[in-house]
Design a protein around this ligand. Structure first.
Ligand code: C2E
Ligand code: MG
Ligand code: MG
Length: 657
């Protein structure tokens, strides 16, 4: 039973193995012309030598018919030699080949056996030689198709060996035995060869599968390496790869493109107020909104934190860039739902054009960053296109950075002091110290400019130390009831050690801590809310006071007032400018004054320039004020004279009042 099953398997097509079938068809197809060539040449040679000895039907018609059949098959093969067969068609095709091998095997064997008796000994030997060589040739051509090869081998060997044995001649009997043994050997070779062939095909299939798998894994790795996992947008690495590719293309084609950098305004506050999980939700939503705007020429990427990049493949005019930018800003400024809260953010975009704004990837990126920086400072929530003005700023910035690094801070930094005045008692109650920098090369640099640069380079720590010492030296000379108000930067309180250093400087100065107030802006506090809170608490525990400066210019102002240990709130001058004419400003100032009253906080109204403004804020409930109306900032040396004059004036007013 097992033997029969093996025989069946050996004589059938490997239907369940499409790759093997396909490889068999391919390999066999290449051998077809050789097979028919061997068959035709050998047959014609035998037919010609038997022309005289054998009857015409055996030496001409039968071989001619068989050869014609072979030629027809050969022509058919030639016509369809390039056809690629599907598995469904290849299986019947192979079956057909097996059948044909059987039929042709029977036909040619029968013909040669019929021819055998007619010739002389030589001609009979030729027929035997014909049978052996043709069989060997054809079996080798059919090698990849075990079933056809074995069928042909067995038909020819069996029929011919039996025939030769029946002749009774010892030579022929010896030939029959010889042929049978060689046939068996050939069958074994075919069997081994077919097994090796199938193994090679399977190994190739596995190799291909493993290559495909490796490719798939490497594609997946590449995808993961170039995608930002939070937003699913391309990441920084992918952004720069595209940027590089675009720049190369643009340089080769003489065209250009635009690079945009987007920074979210107010994202830090969302993180601080609602937690990092909510911050992540906002970033995901930003990713979705940006993706919705993407088109084949507009790519977005997340560069890190709350910074995103955009590439515009075909360069647009400035007007169109502003339009695209506005569309992005509008989308980003729609409210965000985070948990049960609604957060409001905006996005600022800096644009730079390649190659106009920079002929290298680094340059064009830096210039888009410069435009963004400019936007963040003065045009939040809108697009800004890089211009030479920004370039001038960058140059000035790097010049200032260099000079500040090399500066003799002790000699070049000094202070101006601006009085803080009590509207009720008409007395000066304290002085705010304002840093000044005079540099031989740059002249006098405004604090807004050098403080910003010092903050960026961390030189601010040295600047603060020098200025604080100088301010305390001055305050030590003032009457004991005057306090010193001193401005701090975010970095000054960014670690507890830095906060401790400030306290140590105050202690070393001999000025009682209760006479020292430290001012910090809302934006400085929002950089790292928790650290700011712990540093300010330390400062307060050391006996100094803490003021919230420029109140109203930041974001969610009120929440900070509650959560940080402030003693004083300073209302920003922007609310005061039109406080006498604008009812909205008036309402804001009034509500902040009321809020301070309710919370038991002091309130200083900054930037009073006119008597009318002073009168208005006084009516709204303000007492402590500051502004050019009372005195512009003055050099330290002028303070004594100012205080003298002010106290005389206060006495005079008291006498009048
Ligand atoms: P600030 O702390 O709000 O200081 C008040 C600013 O308003 C000062 O500008 C002052 O000269 C100006 N000012 C005062 N009264 C009036 C007025 O009636 N009208 C107008 N138009 N302006 C008035 P300044 O000195 O240019 O300082 C600007 C900012 O630079 C300060 O704002 C403060 O945030 C920062 N700053 C100044 N000195 C230092 C410092 O030593 N350290 C730190 N970290 N920041 C400082
Ligand atoms: Mg201040
Ligand atoms: Mg201020």
């Amino acid at each position: 039973m097992v033997g029969l099953a093996r025989l069946r398997e050996a004589l059938s097509v490997a239907e369940g193995d499409p790759e093997l079938v396909r490889s068999q068809v391919q390999a066999f197809s290449r051998q077809i012309p050789l097979l028919y060539f061997i068959l035709l040449v050998n047959t014609m040679a035998v037919a010609v030598t038997h022309l005289r000895s054998a009857p015409a039907w055996l030496s001409i018609y039968v071989p001619a018919t068989l050869c014609a059949l072979c030629i027809v098959r050969c022509v058919r093969w030639w016509r369809i030699r390039h056809r690629v067969l599907t598995h469904d068609k290849a299986v019947p095709e192979l079956r057909k080949v097996i059948w044909l091998a059987g039929i042709l095997g029977v036909a040619f064997s029968a013909w040669s056996l019929l021819l055998f008796p007619y010739g002389t000994d030589f001609e009979q030997a030729q027929v035997a030689f014909y049978m052996a060589t043709t069989l060997a040739g054809c079996v080798f051509c059919l090698m990849h198709l075990r079933a056809a090869a074995l069928l042909l081998l067995s038909i020819v060997i069996l029929s011919f060996s039996i025939f030769l044995v029946f002749t009774g001649y010892p030579v022929f009997i010896a030939m029959a035995v010889d042929m049978t043994l060689v046939g068996i050997a050939l069958a074994v070779i075919i069997q081994l060869y077919c097994r090796t062939f199938a193994d090679v095909v399977h190994a190739q299939r596995e190799l291909q599968a493993s290559q495909q798998n490796t490719q798939r894994l490497s594609d997946e790795n590449f995808r993961l390496a170039s995608i930002d996992s939070l937003t699913d947008l391309p990441n920084r690495r992918s952004f720069f790869a595209s940027l590089r590719a675009m720049s190369e293309q643009a340089l080769a084609a003489g065209t250009g493109f635009n690079v945009g950098l987007i920074d979210l305004d107010g994202f830090k506050q969302v993180n601080d107020l609602y937690g990092h999980a909510s911050g992540d939700l906002v970033l995901q939503e930003v990713g979705l909104r940006l993706l919705a705007l993407a088109d084949p020429g507009l790519f977005f990427a997340r560069l890190g934190g709350d910074e995103f990049g955009v590439l515009v493949q075909h360069k647009r005019s400035n007007e169109m860039l502003v339009e695209v930018g506005q569309r992005i800003c509008e989308t980003l400024s729609q409210p965000y739902r985070v948990g049960g809260n609604i957060a409001r953010l905006s996005g600022t975009i800096g644009w730079a054009a390649f190659p106009e704004a920079g002929t290298t990837v680094a340059q064009v990126f830096e210039h888009a960053d410069a435009a963004l920086y400019f936007g963040k400072e003065s045009r939040r929530g809108s697009p800004v296109i890089f211009s030479t003005e920004h370039e001038t700023r960058i140059r000035r910035s790097s010049l200032l950075t260099q000079e500040l690094r090399d500066a003799d801070l002790e000699a070049e930094l000094f202070l101006e002091l601006q009085p803080i005045y009590d509207l009720l008692t008409h007395r000066t109650i304290g002085l705010e110290a304002l840093g000044r920098w005079h540099n031989a090369r740059l002249g006098t640099v405004k604090p807004e400019e050098f403080i910003r640069i010092a903050e960026r380079t961390e030189l601010i720590l040295r600047v603060t130390e020098v200025l604080l010492r100088k301010a305390l030296d001055e305050a030590a000379r003032w009457p004991c009831d005057l306090f010193l108000s001193f401005n701090l930067s975010a970095i000054d309180i960014s670690t507890s050690a830095r906060a401790r250093r400030l306290i140590d400087i105050v202690s070393a100065s001999g000025v009682p801590p209760h006479r020292v107030a430290f001012e910090i802006t809302e934006t400085a506090v929002t950089r790292d809310f928790e650290q700011a809170r712990s540093s300010l608490t330390m400062i307060k525990q050391a006996g100094c006071r803490v003021s919230l400066d420029d109140f109203g210019t930041g974001y969610s102002s009120l929440s900070y007032v509650h959560r940080l240990p402030f003693d004083t709130i300073k209302i920003d001058r922007s609310f005061v400018t039109d406080v006498d004419s604008n009812s909205a400003s008036k309402k804001i100032v009034k509500s902040v004054l009321d809020l301070c009253g309710n919370l038991g906080l002091e309130c200083v109204v900054e930037g009073l320039e006119t008597a009318l403004q002073a009168e208005t804020v006084k009516r709204l409930g303000a007492r402590a004020v500051q502004g050019y109306l009372f005195s512009p900032p003055m050099r330290a040396g002028a303070v004594a004279a100012y205080l003298q004059a002010a106290s005389e004036q206060a006495l005079a007013m008291a006498a009048q009042g």
